[in-house]
Design a protein around this ligand. Structure first.
Ligand SMILES: [Zn+2]
Length: 228
């Protein structure tokens, strides 16, 4: 699938830098208060695509999952502000969206969604970005670890197009796990929506991950444990 090259970025404004894209772990300081009502609105975009984004996002808060409410409204004074105008797909982690105080600025972006996107493409990226918006980190950077990286191959691939990342960015986005004391996490869940595709030649032991397009069973039980 062509979107195997599409890497998401997530960042933590209070860290002042770009938090690299990809970890079932949750950053504790980005966690929402119990039973939070999280407002969301669109800054731009096609109304049909907006409807599809809304529908997919609500999967996280279905009964038995996160006991939170994501309330879409037509008001830029919302906690989650969604755009389609910027490059790539990304979201701020959890409550860190409160630190972007300029309400004209998005906290979440879907750079490659169009009216022609398939339902599976929409669901995959929306579940992933809303996972970040609920505080989830990229699964491959879980403190549980377990990925035996072929560092040279990863560096060689990501330093070229389309990413063109420098070494520091690759370290930060790929190899550096989140600290154990800063997050809640499970053992590595290769089926997680927060896991990115990993080709077998990126690992020393042939471990690979395809493109996950659904919430895994661990994603569902973990988000319920975090937001009971
Ligand atoms: Zn991501």
């Amino acid at each position: 699938m062509d979107n195997q090259d599409r890497w998401c970025f997530t960042w933590i404004p209070s860290d002042q830098g770009v938090e690299g894209a990809n970890r079932a772990g949750l950053l504790k300081r980005a966690k929402w208060e119990a039973n939070s009502i999280i407002t969301a609105s669109f800054l731009d975009g096609d109304p049909g695509v907006q409807q599809r984004v809304k529908k997919a996002a609500q999967q996280w808060t279905a009964p038995g999952r996160a006991n939170l409410r994501i309330v879409f409204q037509n008001d830029p004074d919302s906690l989650i502000r969604i755009s389609f105008r910027y490059r790539g797909s990304w979201s701020v982690l959890g409550t860190e969206c409160r630190n972007i105080t300029d309400k004209s600025q998005p906290t979440m972006n879907y750079g490659w969604l169009t009216p022609g996107s398939t339902d599976q493409e929409v669901q995959q990226v929306v579940l992933h970005e809303f996972g970040h918006a609920l505080g989830l980190i990229h699964e491959h950077q879980s403190p549980a670890g377990g990925i035996k990286w072929n560092r040279n191959k990863v560096i060689s691939d990501l330093s070229g197009p389309p990413n063109n990342w420098d070494l520091a960015t690759i370290e930060h986005n790929m190899f550096r796990p989140i600290a154990k004391n800063e997050s809640n996490y499970t053992s590595l869940d290769p089926q997680s929506i927060m896991m990115y595709p990993l080709p077998a030649n990126w690992t020393m032991d042939g471990f690979s991950v395809g493109l996950n397009t659904d919430l895994s069973e661990t994603d569902k039980t973990f988000i319920h444990q975090q937001y009971p």
